[in-house]
Write a protein that binds this ligand. Structure first.
Ligand SMILES: Nc1nc2c(ncn2[C@@H]2O[C@H](COP(=O)(O)OP(=O)(O)O)[C@@H](O)[C@H]2O)c(=O)[nH]1
Ligand SMILES: [Mg+2]
Length: 489
């Protein structure tokens, strides 16, 4: 039986035990959630660039950025057949809200409700990207004493049994003590404590790190790599990637008009273009003969940032990309968006079932603690049994123990282990550290070797207790790989 099937079975059992009560109704929604898209929250401080990045991930400029009352409300973006916005007030029934689209961005009419009265907005939007994930935009944790801050906190660190988000993309601009505390509390639960299993770090607004210089992304990559090896960060997020969110958002919503405008800059002699782009002020006002109005220039700055204007005009001049389509792909790549999508794919989407089961089992465990009934102890025992025995959970536990520094060993051994248990992606290639185009025979050979290696390690008398436990999990992972490869042949 798969993990999802086991989870479903124990949920069914619990729904019968709690039949007729609110608990049963809640558990029915927990069960429905197992089949729904993965819920990923975008979290971080106010102005970290959350809404902008969310738009980039959706591929449309939906979420309002900067100020505005709606940025203070937790907003869910989910797939659906029709365009719809609903408000869930803290008191009273959910209701539909009117909205307009101004320049792509949704402008929601709260219909007389104040942001403080609304628990959640739900935007239903037919978008390809939302088929596999529901994205949750959060107001940001500027300060937890503020209302919006508390909202976000409640969403990610719920005090009732439901964990609204299955995973989180956490935006960091500069690592802040507040960030670490926040992440620690979010991960404070029993499957993995503290746990990097369902969090990815994004070094956001990466273009600003090198003050918009053309090599800004290279600097940002170095800083992100350093953050990613920092022990404090590693025990909280799986990895840290740099993303220039604004440029990413523009990349996926690029217009022909914008490309035409940037071609004018690309057409200038290099030195003149360099002078024009020395500063934002100069760009807006210098060189009136360029044929772009001040307003157009300001609009370009707002969409690309100075870094984006520099980079895009350079790409056009060097003919790295000449059409809007090519340019869009190139900018998505260079802004870090493509990399982020890949990592969301390998660390969240490929692990969807585990993350889903985990959320459901946590909810279930909480219910059996909160309300004891005839039969509820058997449910609690079944939940514990799955959490303790299911191999994917064991992999997650080893991963977080590694990240927390509870399992130690030689660097190459630790790296080998981390990959094998799926720490850098769940595909056979990722686990065995082989190229994506490795043949089935190569994969099988590498898996056989890894199996022997980890069996030896598990049985070796000098292996520490913790490493021996981890080694047995790795052995199971290798067996799983071999079984999977056998099926495909
Ligand atoms: N230069 C630059 N500005 C950004 C970037 N991401 C967001 N911004 C700007 O930062 C401000 C806040 O962004 P927003 O997405 O609303 O942040 P949020 O409060 O975290 O949702 C807006 O003016 C954005 O245009 C980025 O990657 N680079
Ligand atoms: Mg926002």
């Amino acid at each position: 039986m798969t993990l999802l099937d086991r989870t479903r079975a124990v949920l069914d059992q619990a729904i019968e035990v709690y039949d007729g009560s609110d608990h049963a109704r809640r558990l029915v929604t927990v069960r429905e959630r197992l089949d729904a898209p993965l819920r990923v929250a975008v979290a971080g401080r106010v102005k970290a660039g959350k809404s902008t990045l969310l738009n980039a991930l959706i591929g449309e400029r939906l979420a309002p950025t900067d100020a505005g009352e709606c940025t203070r409300i937790v907003t869910w973006y989910e797939d659906g057949h029709t365009y719809q916005v609903r408000a869930t007030p803290k008191q009273g029934a959910a209701r539909s809200l009117r909205f307009t689209r101004d320049d792509g961005v949704i402008d929601i009419d709260l219909g007389g409700l104040s942001p403080a009265e609304i628990a959640q907005l739900t935007v239903t939007w037919p978008a390809q990207a939302l088929r596999t994930v529901t994205l949750i935009d959060t107001p940001g944790i500027g300060s937890l004493s503020e209302q919006p801050g508390r909202h976000t906190w409640g969403l990610l660190v719920p005090d009732d049994e439901e964990t609204p988000a299955d995973a989180v993309v956490y935006l960091l601009r500069h690592l802040h003590t507040g960030d670490v505390e926040f992440l620690r509390a979010f991960h404070d639960n029993e499957v993995s404590r503290p746990s990097p299993v369902n969090a990815i770090g994004v070094l956001s607004r990466a273009d600003e790190i090198g003050v918009g210089r053309l090599d800004s992304m290279a600097s940002a990559r170095r800083i992100a790599a350093r953050l990613g090896t920092d022990t404090n960060v590693r025990r909280l997020v799986q990895s840290v990637v740099p993303v220039a969110g604004l440029l990413a958002e523009t990349a996926v919503t690029l217009t022909e008009t914008e490309v035409a405008q940037l071609r004018r800059i690309a057409g200038l002699p290099v030195r003149q273009a360099g002078e024009l782009l020395l500063s934002a002020d100069r760009f807006v006002s210098a060189m009136p003969e360029l044929g772009l109005t001040n307003l157009e220039r300001e609009a370009l700055l707002a969409r690309f940032g100075l870094f984006g204007v520099r980079l895009t005009s350079t790409l056009l001049r060097r003919e790295v990309a000449t059409t809007a389509t090519d340019l869009s792909r190139e900018l998505a790549e260079r802004s870090g968006l493509t990399g982020l999508r890949e990592i969301i794919g390998s660390l969240f989407l490929e692990r969807r079932d585990v993350l889903k089961s985990r959320s459901a089992l946590l909810a279930l465990a909480e219910t059996t603690r909160a309300c004891v009934r005839p039969g509820s102890e058997a449910v609690a025992a079944a939940v514990e049994e799955i959490m303790a025995s299911a191999h994917p959970f064991n992999e997650l536990r080893v991963l977080s123990s590694l990240r927390a520094g509870w399992i130690t060993g030689k660097a190459d051994v630790v790296t080998d282990l981390e990959h094998l248990i799926g720490g850098s992606g769940s595909s056979a290639g990722d686990r065995l550290q082989l190229a994506p185009d490795a043949s089935a025979a190569e994969l099988a050979e590498a898996a056989t070797q890894a199996l022997a290696r980890w069996q030896r390690r598990a049985e070796h008398p000098m292996t520490s207790y913790e490493m021996a436990v981890a080694a047995r999990v790795a052995v199971r992972s290798c067996e799983g790989l071999l079984a999977g490869l056998g099926q495909r042949r």
